[in-house]
Design a protein around this ligand. Structure first.
Ligand code: 5GP
Ligand code: ZN
Length: 114
């Protein structure tokens, strides 16, 4: 997607602190961290929201969710972490999704309140 900030980060057109990458997705530091450690796991393929994913793309989320626990030590998340996926809805944006390229927030490094 031409004007998508995360597509540009994935292509290396915008700098980011990349902490993991493979053929399906990347993980980089959030530019405005909401916890001591705040990463974003982002599929290389552009989807705005979950609803845009097609049948053949379903494996992607499973791959990301199963890879994250193997990176706990590397990411400093041995004490646990929280995953968040904000989703803009058809009629509004109650979850305040700001970047319209599907991503999973990974938060940790401190005790998080609900
Ligand atoms: P959302 O509100 O869409 O779930 O979260 C988007 C996240 O992307 C925010 O936490 C925001 O700080 C982060 N973000 C926005 N622009 C950039 C950027 O250019 N680089 C990085 N690393 N993170 C960004
Ligand atoms: Zn994108």
């Amino acid at each position: 997607m031409q004007d998508c900030i995360f597509c540009k980060i994935i292509k290396g057109e915008i700098p980011s602190k990349l902490v993991y990458e493979d053929e399906d997705f990347v993980i980089f530091n959030d530019i405005n961290p909401k916890a001591k450690l705040h990463y974003l796991a982002v599929p290389r393929k552009h989807f705005a929201v979950l609803a845009e994913m097609e049948k053949q793309d379903e494996f992607l989320l499973g791959r990301i969710l199963s890879k994250i626990p193997t990176l706990q030590q590397k990411l400093g998340l041995e004490n646990g972490y929280r995953l968040i996926v904000n989703q803009k809805g058809e009629c509004g944006n109650d979850a305040c999704q700001e970047v319209m390229h599907l991503h999973i927030h990974i938060l940790g490094g401190e005790k998080l309140s609900m």
